[in-house]
Design a protein around this ligand. Structure first.
Ligand SMILES: NC(=O)c1ccc[n+]([C@@H]2O[C@H](COP(=O)([O-])OP(=O)(O)OC[C@H]3O[C@@H](n4cnc5c(N)ncnc54)[C@H](O)[C@@H]3O)[C@@H](O)[C@H]2O)c1
Ligand SMILES: [Zn+2]
Ligand SMILES: [Zn+2]
Length: 403
């Protein structure tokens, strides 16, 4: 085949452009491994460990050696049935690790704190910067239409290190946010994302003016979310907390976190009996405020009964669509003048506040680290998911083998 000069030039341009887009991984880069391993969800309930070359680092990129990552209910949901249509995907968005390389443009974290190789880091949300919320309501970027996080992106051939269930994570995304967390230990860092969900909900609820030292506050559902919610309330000075769940281990953990009254809904099996118990410890009238932390429609319906007239409710338990329930709006809301708040995810700005909460919890000896009950290595993440589904523990985590 004969090529003319312009065809040759065009081929050369294409080759050069290709090189620009995806520089070949260099053979020896000091401190950077040639390959990294990821735990990839390749089918329903099927996680496989795979190995990929570590991409060449761009000027705005950060390469992290992963130390650990919490398993979230959302990960388990995706593992069970791929509702987000992400397969193949490297999951894990509650992760943390150590920076091993950075592009030359990276100098600070999202809060403006200096960042260098060797620092501990976590990632937060990736907002699109273009939707109505991002442009007009920048204080509510948790509601961005295209909100993303590392660990819920889906496999990308050119950037395969985009989830925390891996030996390495490559922070490369327009709008990515990340924080220096040198002053937190590994367990605290793995609990940070979960705590941020609760701190965001606390701030939303606090706007009602109903949370104070003397408030009777009910937390329904004592999974990781509800238990962390109890810890946030305690750290914020709310000391009369009523926790409701059906699992003895979780009720016991709530008491260890300082929850004043626990109610086992399986033992106190009628709503009337539970309402009577709540009233007994809540000034005879019911809770001043309640946080709904189950994904169960019957629980979400019952919670109105526990709240006093003029009280408040934060619904934060339905991150996924678990169905609906029916209430009588006259009795449940209008006549009671309920202050109803929804809480959805968090914004990057909730991270520094949550780090302050974690330091506060440490000072107050609130034993939040005891929430972590199981740790699994990269090649046993199917087991980690099963443990979560069976509710055998509380918080299940992935721990990298060298930690
Ligand atoms: N708002 C947000 O941003 C956000 C973020 C993450 C998760 N979530 C949601 O929070 C919910 C809780 O998450 P999790 O990880 O703690 O889940 P989980 O399933 O581990 O915990 C739920 C708890 O609710 C309890 N429960 C069930 N029915 C109950 C009832 N009738 N009364 C009292 N307790 C009852 C269960 O025993 C369990 O301990 C999930 O449904 C999830 O969708 C919300
Ligand atoms: Zn999560
Ligand atoms: Zn947006």
């Amino acid at each position: 085949m004969e090529l003319n000069q312009s065809q040759i030039e065009s081929i050369v341009r294409q080759v050069l452009a290709g090189m620009d887009r995806a520089p070949a991984p260099t053979a020896s880069r000091p401190g950077i491994p040639a390959t990294a391993r990821v735990a990839m969800l390749t089918g329903q309930k099927k996680i496989e460990v795979k190995e990929f070359p570590v991409p060449a680092l761009g000027d705005d990129d950060i390469l992290v050696r992963v130390e650990g990552c919490g398993v979230c209910g959302t990960d388990v949901h995706e593992w069970k049935g791929d509702p987000f249509g992400l397969i193949p995907v490297v999951l894990g968005h509650e992760g943390t690790g150590e920076i091993i390389a950075m592009g030359k443009n990276v100098r600070t974290d999202t809060a403006g704190n200096p960042l260098k190789v060797g620092d501990k880091i976590v990632t937060s949300v990736i907002s699109c910067g273009e939707c109505h919320i991002c442009r007009m309501h920048p204080a509510q970027t948790n509601l961005c239409d295209k909100q993303g996080v590392f660990g819920l992106i889906g496999h990308k051939e050119e950037q395969p290190l985009n989830g925390w269930f891996a030996t390495h994570l490559l922070i490369r995304a327009k709008g990515a946010t990340y924080f220096n967390v040198n002053d937190l230990d590994l367990d605290e860092r793995m609990l940070l994302e979960l705590a941020t969900v609760c701190v965001h909900a606390y701030n939303r609820a606090n706007a009602t003016g109903l949370l104070n030292f003397n408030a009777r506050v009910l937390v329904q559902g004592l999974g990781p979310v509800g238990l962390m919610m109890c810890a946030v309330l305690r750290a914020a000075g709310v000391n009369r907390i009523i926790g409701v769940d059906g699992t003895p281990r979780r009720l016991e953990m709530a008491r260890r976190l300082g929850v004043h009254t626990t109610i086992n809904f399986k033992e106190l099996s009628t709503l009337e009996a539970r309402v009577a118990k709540v009233k007994e410890v809540a000034n005879g009238v019911g809770a001043d405020f309640a946080f709904q932390c189950t994904g169960a429609p019957p629980a979400a319906k019952d919670i109105f009964e526990y709240i006093r007239r003029g009280g408040g409710l934060c619904e934060m338990g339905f991150f996924v669509n678990n169905g609906s329930y029916e209430i009588n709006p006259h009795f449940a809301m209008c006549n009671k003048e309920i202050n109803l708040i929804g809480s959805w995810d968090y914004s990057a700005e909730d991270y520094p506040t949550t780090m302050a909460f974690l330091r506060q919890a440490r000072e107050m000896n609130i034993p939040i680290k005891e929430l972590i009950t199981h740790r699994f290595p990269l090649d046993r993440l199917n087991e980690a998911m099963e443990t979560n589904v069976a509710q055998a523990g509380i918080k299940v985590c992935y721990i990298a083998s060298d930690n």
